[in-house]
Design a protein. Structure first.
Length: 163
C-alpha cells in the first residue's frame, strides 16, 4: 500500500470521529446553543473548531496546493489559521456541508500525489519547509487536534448543564 493511501485512510478514520461529534451535537435539545458554547472568555466555540477543520482543508486543497479559489470564500477569513473566533458559527447542516465539500476537494487533490513526490515542497509551504509528506501528517494531526477540542468542549458543556 502506498504511503499516500495510508495517509488518505488515516484522514478518513479521523473524519469518522469528527462526524460522530457533530452527530452527537445534532441529537441534543439545542444544537445551536451547543455549537456557540465557549469554555471561557475568548476561547473558540465548539462550532468554530469543527468549521475551522473544514476551512483549513478547503484552503489546503485549493488555494495552497492548486492555486485555485476556495469554496466558502466568505467564511475563510473567519475560520482560517490566525482568525479570531467569534460565536457566530454555522448551523449543523452548514458545518456538515463544509466538512463534506472540503474533504471531497482535499481527497481529489491529495490522491493525485505520488509517493515519489512526498519529499517535495510546494510553493505555498516553502517558508514553513513542509514537504508533502509533512503536510499530510499535519492534516491528520490538525483534524484530530480540533476534533479533540470540540469533543472536550462538548463534554464540558454537558457537565455545565447538569451542575
Amino acid at each position: 500500500m502506498s504511503e499516500v493511501t495510508v495517509m488518505l485512510n488515516l484522514l478518513e478514520f479521523v473524519r469518522t470521529r469528527t462526524v460522530g461529534t457533530l452527530d452527537e451535537i445534532s441529537r441534543l435539545p439545542d444544537p445551536a446553543a451547543t455549537l456557540c458554547w465557549q469554555p471561557g472568555v475568548g476561547r473558540a466555540p465548539l462550532g468554530w473548531q469543527l468549521t475551522h477543520i473544514g476551512i483549513t482543508e478547503e484552503l489546503t486543497a485549493t488555494e495552497r496546493l492548486k492555486g485555485t479559489t476556495p469554496a466558502y470564500p466568505e467564511l475563510v477569513p473567519r475560520f482560517k489559521v490566525g482568525s479570531v473566533p467569534d460565536q457566530n458559527v454555522p448551523d449543523i447542516a452548514t458545518i456538515r456541508q463544509i466538512l463534506e465539500t472540503s474533504r471531497t476537494h482535499l481527497l481529489e487533490t491529495l490522491s493525485q500525489i505520488k509517493d515519489d513526490e512526498l519529499d517535495t515542497i510546494r510553493p505555498w509551504y516553502q517558508e514553513r519547509g513542509w514537504t508533502l509528506r509533512r503536510l499530510m501528517q499535519i492534516l491528520v494531526w490538525h483534524e484530530s487536534h480540533h476534533q479533540g477540542q470540540a469533543h472536550l468542549n462538548l463534554n464540558l458543556w454537558k457537565a455545565k448543564q447538569t451542575s
